[in-house]
Design a protein around this ligand. Structure first.
Ligand code: FES
Ligand code: FES
Length: 179
């Protein structure tokens, strides 16, 4: 039994302790915003926040998360109002979108500890891979989000999502709980 907090809620996983966190989040918690890319720690698509640090969840076991605070893209903000999410929309960053939740989680962790990063610090923190090559827009969005977090600029709020997350999950048969 492994207990920790996911998106501010206590969770107890009845899975093998060496289960990768990514598996538990996606398969047991239905938090599919965290993506399964390489599974080997190379792409960053599975990035989540653990105790304020951007961590690749395919490389961490649930046993290693015991007692810690995990935040996924679903928990970054209830209404997509986090400055990084708003900047992502304003800069129209995503292309196919696959890498984007990991990118956003990495950017949010960076800006939480440093809201005025240099280009070199952004490059050092953003090692995730985007097969669509959205890197220039990602850097622009991070700079915009940083200005917003420093109170130098405002972004017109992005429209709210057109579908609730639990409604979206219900339409995916493989994710229905067993009866
Ligand atoms: S799926 Fe974890 S780094 Fe690629
Ligand atoms: S937007 Fe397609 S992989 Fe990054």
């Amino acid at each position: 039994m492994t207990r920790f907090s996911v998106n501010d809620r206590p969770v107890e996983y009845r899975m093998e302790p060496d289960t990768p966190l990514l598996w538990a989040l996606r398969d047991a918690s239905n938090l599919t915003g965290t993506k399964y890319g390489c599974g080997t720690g190379d792409c960053g698509a599975c990035t989540v926040d653990i105790d304020g640090e951007a961590i690749r969840s395919c490389l961490v076991t649930i046993a290693e998360c015991e007692g810690r605070f995990v935040t996924t893209i679903e928990g970054l903000s209830r209404d997509r109002s986090h400055p990084v999410q708003q900047a992502w929309v304003a800069e129209q960053v995503p292309q196919c979108g696959f890498c984007q939740s990991g990118m956003i989680m990495a950017a949010a962790a960076l800006l939480r500890r440093n809201n005025n990063p240099s280009d070199a610090e952004v490059d050092a923190a953003m090692t995730n891979i985007c097969r669509c090559g959205t890197y220039p827009r990602i850097r622009s969005a991070i700079r915009l989000a940083a200005r917003v977090m420093r109170g130098e600029e405002r972004i017109a709020a992005a429209p709210p999502p057109g579908i609730r997350a639990d409604d979206a999950a219900r339409a995916v048969p493989a994710l229905r709980p067993e009866s």
